[in-house]
Design a protein around this ligand. Structure first.
Ligand SMILES: *[C@@H]1O[C@H](CO)[C@@H](O)[C@H](O)[C@H]1NC(C)=O
Ligand SMILES: *[C@@H]1O[C@H](CO)[C@@H](O)[C@H](O)[C@H]1NC(C)=O
Ligand SMILES: *[C@@H]1O[C@H](CO)[C@@H](O)[C@H](O)[C@H]1NC(C)=O
Ligand SMILES: *[C@@H]1O[C@H](CO)[C@@H](O)[C@H](O)[C@H]1NC(C)=O
Ligand SMILES: *[C@@H]1O[C@H](CO)[C@@H](O)[C@H](O)[C@H]1NC(C)=O
Ligand SMILES: *[C@@H]1O[C@H](CO)[C@@H](O)[C@H](O)[C@H]1NC(C)=O
Ligand SMILES: *[C@@H]1O[C@H](CO)[C@@H](O)[C@H](O)[C@H]1NC(C)=O
Ligand SMILES: *[C@@H]1O[C@H](CO)[C@@H](O)[C@H](O)[C@H]1NC(C)=O
Length: 443
C-alpha cells in the first residue's frame, strides 16, 4: 500500500506536479513591526518576545494582504495574528500585528486575541478568526481561556463580533484548530464550521442568530492505526480528530458539501450543510448518523492536515504532511481512490510540513509550510529557511494531474514509448508513466 502510494506519486511526476514550487516569501526567523526599536528592545528584554518561539501556522489571502497566525505554542509570541503586504518586495517581510498591538496585549484581564490557529475571509470582507484560547500550549500547566470566534471587518479592521463557544459545546480536551465559512449572497446568512480536534466535535455557528450547536459523529474520531508519524527525521505519535474542512459550491437547493477528515486518519468524509444547519438533527445523533459518508481512503502515510476547495474548478487541495506534499482531488469524480489523487507540490526542502492552504479570489493557490514537528520535538536551525509561502495559479497547479479537466499528456513521450498517438485515458497515462520511469531507470 505504502509502496503503491509512493510509486503512484513518483510515476505521475513524469507528467505533472511542480516539484520546484515558486516561493513567494520565506523566513529563517520572523520579526515584528514594533512602533520603535526601543519597544522591540523592551519586548525582547522582558521575554514578551522570544524570536525563536514564533512559528507561522495559519494562512489567509485577502485583497493585498496575507494574514498569518502565530500560535502561542511557547512563551514569547509577540502577536498571534499578523499580516504582510502581498506586494512586499522583500523575501522575508516584517510581520504587522492585526488589527493592532493593543489587541495582543496579554497583560490585561480579557485579551482580545489569545492564540488562533486558522482563519477564513468571507465574500463580505470579513475575517473569521478561530481563537483556541490556549497559551504556552506545550506547557500543560498553563492557563487557558475559552475558545472564541472573532470576526473582523476587513475594510475598517474593527472587531465586529466576538462569540465564546458555550459551555455545553466545550469538552475539557477541546482544541479548535480549524474553520470553514459558508457564504451567502446577503452576508447575514453565513455560517462557520468549527473543528474541535480534541473532543472531537464540529460546532456550527449561525451568524444571523449569533448562536451555535454541536455535532458529534464517529467519523470525527482518530483512526488508532494512523497515529504514527515519521517526517523530517523525527518519529512521533499524534491523536488529532476532525481537522481538514472544505466547502463546495452550493447545490441546486443552496447547500454546500463539507469535505472533512481527522488528521490522524487516512480517510476522507463528506456531509451536506443541509444536515449541519439543522439544529434539531444535531440533538438527534442516531437520526443524523447516516448523512455522514465515507468518500474513500488514501493509503498508509497519507495523514492530511489542512485542505481547501476551489469552487470554480471543484478541485479539493489538501496536504499530505508525511510526504511534504500538497495533493488534489477533483470533487466531480465519483471515485475517491488513490489513482484519482493528483500530486501538486512535493519538495523535501520548501514543503516540509504544509500547514495551511488557500485559493484566493484571483485563483492563486497559496500554501504555508513551517517544519512544525521540528519546533515541537527538536531544535530548528535558524541559519536556514524554516517558513515558506508557496504560490501558483490553480491552472498551473493541477496541469497534467487527474484534477485537470483534461490530462495534458506529452504526446511526444507517448509516441516515443508506444509508437502510437491518440488520446490516452487516465489509467493508461499512469501505466505509461510507470513504464517510462522503468525505462528511465534502466537507461
Ligand atoms: C501594500 O504595498 C503597496 C505598494 O507599496 C501599497 O500601495 C499598499 O498601500 C500596501 N498595502 C498595505 C495594506 O499596507
Ligand atoms: C509552565 O507554566 C507554569 C504556570 O504558568 C510556570 O510556572 C512554569 O514555569 C512553566 N514551565 C515552563 C517549562 O515554562
Ligand atoms: C453574540 O453572542 C456572544 C456570546 O458569546 C455575546 O457576547 C455577543 O454580545 C453577541 N453579539 C451579538 C451581536 O449579539
Ligand atoms: C458524499 O459522498 C458519497 C459517496 O461518494 C456520495 O454518494 C454523496 O452524494 C456525497 N454527499 C454529498 C452531500 O455530497
Ligand atoms: C431538520 O431535521 C428534522 C429531523 O429530521 C426534520 O424534521 C426537519 O424538517 C429538518 N429541518 C429542516 C429545516 O430541514
Ligand atoms: C470507480 O471505481 C470502480 C471500481 O474500481 C470502477 O469500476 C469505475 O470505473 C470507477 N469510475 C470512475 C469514474 O473512475
Ligand atoms: C506569488 O506571490 C508573489 C508575491 O506576492 C507574486 O509576485 C507572484 O506573482 C505570485 N505568483 C502567482 C502565480 O500569482
Ligand atoms: C521522441 O520522438 C520525437 C518525435 O516525436 C523525436 O524527435 C525524438 O528524437 C524522440 N526521442 C527519442 C529519445 O527517441
Amino acid at each position: 500500500m505504502l509502496l503503491f502510494v509512493i510509486s503512484l506519486l513518483s510515476a505521475q511526476s513524469a507528467l505533472a506536479a511542480i516539484d520546484s514550487p515558486n516561493v513567494a516569501f520565506k523566513w529563517k526567523q520572523v520579526d515584528f513591526d514594533y512602533p520603535t526599536t526601543q519597544d522591540r528592545w523592551d519586548a525582547t528584554n522582558s521575554k514578551q518576545f522570544i524570536p525563536e518561539n514564533n512559528i507561522p501556522l495559519g494562512l489567509e489571502v485577502y485583497g493585498d494582504r496575507i494574514f498569518i497566525t502565530v500560535p502561542r505554542w511557547k512563551e514569547g509570541v509577540a502577536a498571534s495574528l499578523v499580516y504582510i503586504n502581498k506586494t512586499d518586495r522583500q523575501d522575508s517581510p516584517i510581520l504587522h500585528p492585526y488589527p493592532n498591538w493593543e489587541a495582543h496585549n496579554q497583560n490585561v484581564p480579557d485579551p482580545q486575541i489569545v492564540s488562533p490557529f486558522r482563519m477564513r475571509a468571507d465574500n463580505c470582507g470579513r475575517l473569521w478568526v478561530m481563537d483556541t484560547g490556549k497559551t504556552n500550549i506545550l506547557n500543560s500547566s498553563s492557563p487557558v481561556v475559552k475558545p472564541k470566534l472573532l470576526i473582523f471587518n476587513l475594510n475598517t479592521d474593527k472587531l465586529i463580533r466576538s462569540y465564546t463557544i458555550p459551555d455545553d459545546q466545550l469538552h475539557e480536551d477541546n482544541f479548535f484548530a480549524n474553520i470553514a465559512v459558508e457564504e451567502s449572497d446577503d452576508c447575514d446568512n453565513n455560517f462557520a464550521y468549527l473543528a474541535d480536534l480534541g473532543q472531537p466535535a464540529l460546532v456550527v455557528y449561525d451568524f444571523k442568530n449569533n448562536k451555535s450547536w454541536m455535532f458529534k459523529h464517529h467519523y470525527f474520531n482518530i483512526d488508532p492505526l494512523a497515529g504514527n508519524m515519521k517526517l523530517a527525521g523525527l518519529s512521533f505519535q499524534w491523536k488529532d480528530g476532525i481537522f481538514g474542512l472544505s466547502l463546495s459550491d452550493k447545490d441546486a437547493e443552496g447547500y454546500s458539501t463539507l469535505y472533512f477528515h481527522p488528521m490522524t486518519s487516512f480517510n476522507e468524509f463528506n456531509v451536506s450543510t443541509k444536515v449541519l444547519k439543522n439544529e434539531t438533527l444535531s440533538k438527534n445523533p442516531q437520526e443524523a448518523k447516516d448523512f455522514f459518508k465515507l468518500l474513500g481512503t488514501r493509503g498508509q502515510r497519507s495523514q492530511s492536515g489542512a485542505s481547501f476547495l476551489h469552487k470554480k474548478t471543484g478541485v479539493l487541495f489538501y496536504s499530505l504532511v508525511q510526504l511534504n506534499a500538497v495533493l488534489c482531488w477533483r470533487t466531480s469524480l465519483s471515485n475517491y481512490t488513490m489513482e484519482s489523487q493528483g500530486r501538486v507540490f512535493m519538495n523535501d526542502e520548501v514543503m516540509v510540513f504544509p500547514n495551511d492552504i488557500k485559493v484566493d479570489a484571483n485563483d492563486i493557490l497559496w500554501v504555508l509550510t513551517d517544519k512544525l514537528p521540528i519546533f515541537l520535538y527538536d531544535y530548528p536551525n535558524f541559519r536556514e529557511y524554516n517558513f515558506h509561502i508557496i504560490n501558483a495559479t490553480v491552472k498551473e497547479a493541477i496541469k497534467g494531474t487527474p484534477c485537470d479537466t483534461k490530462i495534458h499528456v506529452d504526446m511526444n513521450i507517448m509516441k516515443n514509448i508506444t509508437g502510437a498517438g491518440g488520446v490516452m485515458v487516465r489509467s493508461e497515462v499512469y501505466l505509461l508513466s510507470l513504464i517510462f520511469l522503468v525505462i528511465a531507470a534502466a537507461v
